[in-house]
Design a protein around this ligand. Structure first.
Ligand SMILES: *[C@@H]1O[C@H](CO)[C@@H](O)[C@H](O)[C@H]1NC(C)=O
Ligand SMILES: *[C@@H]1O[C@H](CO)[C@@H](O)[C@H](O)[C@H]1NC(C)=O
Length: 440
């Protein structure tokens, strides 16, 4: 089996113009299978939500949404790498770093339930462990949420960060994270034209994490080992958008903020506005149950908020349907998301008022929960799909492909003609909410 043999050519008819897009399916499964000598395993209760790409390996996060998930963090060889041990089209997932780390809700020392993980600039894998098991059945917070950091050169644990009680709520569910290596410095608002503090060590960074059940962003200052919560009503599920329509099936899930992604670093030329001024770095975010894409400056996130803090929330865009996944290209700031009803992958150029579908596929794009613009693969776009509507409704057909890892080649990106949505407003000044910070 070679990559080329599962290469997919996608034809998109876009009104008067025809664009040909190429994307590849690198791996695909009917149902997830594991390479395990023991453990309780219910195949139809397993799905992956998180994807990360290292030089030689693919990492997958499989949260414990229902019982019977034997490993919450797994890896596979990268099939596009010469010399990689290619193990078939539907390989068994390998527990990471080993089986002994998995499902250790009993004593909370190992991995309990992971939704997403990210690799930093120093070859370390930051694994965000929600600590919550059987989330969709009875939401059991079995262990405190924590961040386990593995050195990918040795596969050894190098840090174990247990978040303090004051940033955790009884129903906290941490599902996503980004690593911000640009420390803005100074107090909030003073640095709009300023130059960021240069990074001196691997730990000169901030983590921003999404709380999807008790809406909010948890910030962790790695240098100073401090953390705080930031909340704004834009992070809540919107009651009009809690039901998802995917390929003829519907389900309802009032999920708050899930998708987060950073705009390019301000040292990048793409952070200059049309007048040549340096723009603030932004964190983009979106509740899953909602169609608006929001932003806030990282300078605001990097300072513990108080009751009078203006969080400078902006409305960037309004999508045609919900999306869990969100990514940005660190080079030009292009935003990627997967509107669930369109069964598509869409892009939005910063400052543009129109998003574009770049891929649409009625089968293979049924619910993508993670997209990456991958520095360790020449900034190609990788994404997963898992037919979550069938997971939710327990309607998986075990005789067809339900799970996929896919990739588009950046170099093939054409300009498509058909906008799918109009934005609410993108030109500065953006819609902004004042002084609406709450602690609860
Ligand atoms: C907790 O789990 C870890 C990982 O499985 C194991 O190494 C350790 O011995 C356990 N500790 C206790 C006190 O059971
Ligand atoms: C799903 O929702 C759509 C839009 O509300 C509706 O037309 C359709 O009948 C629903 N499908 C099912 C299977 O309930």
């Amino acid at each position: 089996m070679t990559v080329a043999s599962v290469l997919s050519l996608v034809l998109l008819l876009t009104g008067t113009t025809t664009s040909r897009r190429v994307f590849e399916t690198l791996y695909e499964w009917n149902l997830i299978n594991f390479d395990l000598p023991y453990g309780s395993f219910v195949p139809e209760n397993n799905l992956f939500t998180g994807l990360e790409i290292y030089w030689d390996r693919i990492f997958l996060a499989l949260p414990n949404l229902k019982s019977g998930v034997p490993a919450t963090l797994a890896w596979l060889p990268r099939p596009d790498q010469p010399g990689a041990a290619f193990i078939g089209q539907s390989p068994a997932l390998q527990p990471y770093p080993s089986l002994g780390w998995q499902g250790t809700a009993g004593n909370c020392s190992g991995l309990v339930s992971v939704y997403r993980m990210r690799i930093d600039r120093c070859d370390r894998l930051w694994v965000l462990d929600s600590g919550v098991i059987t989330t969709l059945d009875n939401f059991t917070p079995a262990c405190p949420p924590k961040i386990l950091v593995f050195d990918l050169k040795t596969d050894r644990l190098v840090r174990n960060i247990v978040l303090p009680k004051d940033v955790v709520r009884p129903n906290t569910l941490l599902t996503n994270l980004v690593i911000d290596y640009e420390i803005v410095g100074g107090s909030r608002g003073d640095t709009y034209f300023g130059v960021p503090i240069p990074q001196e060590s691997c730990d000169d960074a901030f983590l921003y994490m999404t709380d999807t059940a008790n809406a909010g962003i948890v910030v962790y200052d790695i240098r100073n080992d401090q953390s705080w919560r930031v909340f704004h009503p834009s992070m809540l599920p919107h009651p009009d958008y809690c039901t998802y329509h995917i390929a003829g099936e519907n389900f309802t899930l009032p999920d708050a903020i899930v998708g987060i992604a950073l705009s390019p670093e301000t040292s990048s030329q793409h952070s200059l506005d049309p007048y040549g001024y340096r723009q603030q770095r932004l964190l983009y975010f979106q509740p899953f149950a909602g169609i608006r894409l929001f932003s806030m400056p990282t300078s605001v996130l990097q300072t513990p908020p108080d009751i009078d803090t203006d969080l400078q929330i902006g409305v960037v865009f309004e999508k045609t349907s919900q999306s869990a996944s969100l990514a940005t290209d660190p080079n030009d700031g292009t935003i990627y998301f997967n509107p669930v009803t369109e069964l598509a992958l869409a892009t939005l150029k910063p400052g543009s008022t129109q998003a574009q579908l770049i891929i649409q596929d009625p089968d293979r794009l049924q619910f993508s929960s993670d997209i990456l613009v991958t520095p360790r693969d020449n900034y190609n776009v990788w994404f997963v799909s898992s037919k979550f509507q069938k997971f939710f409704r327990q309607t998986y057909d075990p005789h067809v492909i339900n799970f996929r890892i896919m990739r588009i080649a950046q170099t093939h990106t054409p300009v498509l003609q058909t906008p799918i949505v109009q934005s609410l407003t993108t030109a500065a000044p953006q819609t902004s909410y004042k002084n609406s910070l709450f602690f609860y």
